[in-house]
Design a binder for this molecule. Structure first.
Ligand code: HEM
Length: 221
């Protein structure tokens, strides 16, 4: 007897799940950056913002649940789509061209796992268990001081800058491939359409890189 296909068994279903979870993560990354940029407003504003977020545990745990499921589904579906496209051509191309699609696929294939590693590092650093990477104690209330102490260590800042560069490329190519999935594409308007994912990728990377660099430069202290 033939098994009924679920949405997860079809390529289009996987693409839809990858796109929907990608959009949720996109939203989180932008809102998280906007909130974190309050570091530039000083410790009172930043710590009040962090406290406000934690004041409603149901909201915090709800968001954590949605984010965790989204990350896992995003990784599972994109890995499966990559495996599927590799399986569709078991004999590799004789000549590998460095076409734009190849370069985009490469940044997603290596940048994606790098981002997953960064998220684990970032959680260990700032959330749980709060590993102090420098000469200070992690505080569960004074979040501003955790961030300033954390980013005062040059090798930590370097990891953040490298990870945000990967994130910028990932957001750019991710949004562009979402446009393709949704059929938002036209040879005449593509150069203009590409500006939207580019602006988001560069904007998020720049905003996130500005914070560790500002700490290292003594602008945020
Ligand atoms: C320079 C940029 C960033 C800064 C300054 C920053 C800062 C922080 C801080 C301070 C926390 C802990 C908040 C608390 O204890 O209340 C946190 C949590 C978190 N960050 Fe970031 N973050 C940055 C970039 C990112 C990026 C790029 C991602 C994802 C790709 C990310 C994902 C998360 C997640 C998932 C949490 C856990 C939220 C929770 O469940 O409490 N962060 N971040």
């Amino acid at each position: 007897m033939q098994k009924t296909l679920s949405i997860y068994d079809t390529t289009i279903g996987k693409k839809a799940i990858a796109a929907a979870t990608g959009l949720i993560l996109y939203g989180f990354v932008i809102v998280h950056m906007a909130g974190n940029l309050q570091l530039f407003l000083g410790p009172e504003k930043y710590n009040a913002y962090a406290a406000m977020l934690k004041a409603t545990p149901a909201l915090v745990w709800g968001a954590r649940g949605v984010l965790s499921v989204s990350v896992l589904l995003h990784i599972a579906t994109t890995l499966s789509l990559v495996g599927h496209s590799a399986g569709a051509r078991p004999v590799g191309y004789r000549q590998k061209t460095l076409a734009a699609t190849n370069y985009a696929a490469m940044t997603m294939r290596y940048g994606g796992p790098a981002l997953a590693l960064f998220i684990l590092f970032h959680l260990a650093h700032f959330t749980f268990p709060g590993v102090a990477m420098g000469n200070y104690r992690h505080e569960h209330v004074d979040i501003y001081s955790n961030v300033v102490h954390g980013f005062s260590v040059p090798w930590v800042t370097l990891i953040y800058v490298a990870a945000q560069t990967c994130l910028g490329f990932h957001l750019y190519h991710g949004a562009w491939s979402l446009f393709q999935t949704l059929g938002i594409s036209h040879p005449r308007y593509n150069p203009m359409l590409r500006l939207i994912p580019k602006a988001i990728g560069v904007g998020v990377a720049a905003g996130n890189i500005a914070m560790p660099l500002a700490v290292l430069a003594g602008v945020i202290r």
